[in-house]
Design a protein around this ligand. Sequence first.
Ligand SMILES: C[S@@+](CC[C@H](N)C(=O)[O-])C[C@H]1O[C@@H](n2cnc3c(N)ncnc32)[C@H](O)[C@@H]1O
Length: 214
Amino acid sequence: MTDTTNSFPPNDYFARVAEEWDELRRVFFTEAMRDDAIKRANLPETAVVADVGTGTGFVLQGLIHHATRLVGFDASPEMLTVARRHFAHHPHVEFHLAEGHHLPVPDHTFDAVFANMYLHHTPNPLAAIQEMTRILKPGGKLIITDLDSHDQAWMQDEMADTWLGFERDQIRAWYQTAGLTNIIIDCAAGTCDCSHQEKNIALSIFVAIGQRPH
Ligand SMILES: C[S@@+](CC[C@H](N)C(=O)[O-])C[C@H]1O[C@@H](n2cnc3c(N)ncnc32)[C@H](O)[C@@H]1O
């Protein structure tokens, strides 16, 4: 697979926080939320699974015993350095530096594609969803967990967020435009508790599952 990040500006935020991301992300989302999304996906044991915007591999950790091959994609070399260290002893896990709008894999490769807290960083969420759908096998599932629409504008300046979450109707419309069916959008287990200086806020998280038609 080739590096597709050439046209993508380096993400200074994730370069800076890569080594501390595992600690930082505990404040924002939980293993319970992730494991609930994995359970809802109802994957076969033989699944071949991708995780886009994988970061240090949080979702793949939850999937480690649920798939025969796991592939993480991310545009940040620094996040992937940490991810590769975590999974050094797991030969069925691999990572690739890639821009999420141009994933370096053929159509119809994966039984499932996950993306946790990736979509709100993308410049074009519909294009990102369409690209993740492209690499699904017929019958494969896209599972996105991300923030519901919120008003915490400081997250754009301080956490490199592009979007202040999403309306669930918008996510449903984008899934439909991408050609996904059997769409379920629901609250992910738990909430997203964000503590920032004097601000203590709780953001809700949705899980959106859609299936590529057979
Ligand atoms: C908030 S972190 C989430 C990481 C991981 N999914 C998790 O749950 O801990 C967002 C990740 O998306 C990656 N990312 C942001 N924009 C991207 C893009 N356009 N293409 C690929 N990766 C991207 C960042 O480098 C970062 O690792």
